[in-house]
Write a protein that binds this ligand. Sequence first.
Ligand code: PBG
Ligand code: ZN
Length: 320
Amino acid sequence: MKRFRRLRANETIRSLVRETRVDKKELIYPIFVTEGENIKNPVPSMPVVFQYSVDRLDEILKEIDKSGISGLLIFGIPKHKDELATSAYDDNGITQKAVRFIKEKYPEMLVIADVCLCEYTSHGHCGVVEHDIILNDETLPLLSKMSVSLAKAGADIIAPSDMMDGRVAAIRRSLDENGFVNTPIMAYSAKFASGYYGPFRDAAESAPCFGDRRTYQMDIANGREALREIESDIEEGADIVMVKPALAYLDVVKEASKYNIPLAAYNVSGEYSMVKAAAQNGWIDEKRIVLENLTAIKRAGADIIITYHALDAAKWLEEE
Ligand code: PBG
Ligand code: ZN
């Protein structure tokens, strides 16, 4: 008889043979920054997640700093939205201001800037719209301008999440031409058209006002196509690739981990809200479930996890 239980007898021996560990340095915490003053707005569908104005941003930055995680992913919510997302590439836009503020106060904190137009367009789509069609090539220069503007503000990593074809190459070229050859790109390479983004769209005020995102984000059924997306982003110059969402797409995470490039997985808003809702009802043990989920994402092959649980998880990992 095989005696598997020999190595399960106590925590010391279990810990010795444990195959996967989550390190808080692998965690990234998403934050939402809004225009205005003295704002700390709760996001109703995401317990313990808030939109902050820049003057109150330090409340959360302090916690991020103290937690020992590597850094944050920033989403800006501008007051002014228009057809061409002009606030997205305004050097004095909300996201640029917030990035400057963070890097001034916490130069060591890694600031990853999400690059997409949906928070900045009046229609809420991730690209330029004409006759209800989301145009690909016309969107690329705007994404490039936004990337350069955020790099200028001090962003450490540029993370395009729009899913336009060819955007990694376009952004890489613009960053290089503007002196940012050393700014890495973390591409949302396999981003699925997922129902799990619902709560995020409340948080970022970025729901499309007509149609959906299925003409640019990936079909949820397509695992092999995800690998083609990843290969193409690597060819175009991505430094880090991403699979999003994480938990419902662990098969894709696993397959993506065979490429020799750092892999991020985004444990998205809906995945977070489901855990929070069940925990608030006393139906699950939140700490145990969160650490189990993060371990599963690592076990599947992710190197980096973007998660709204990051601050709690860092604390819990410390306790372990
Ligand atoms: C913007 C963007 C979205 C998310 C990250 N960047 C929303 C979307 O594509 O609609 C989702 C993040 C989450 O659900 O936590 N394109
Ligand atoms: Zn978008």
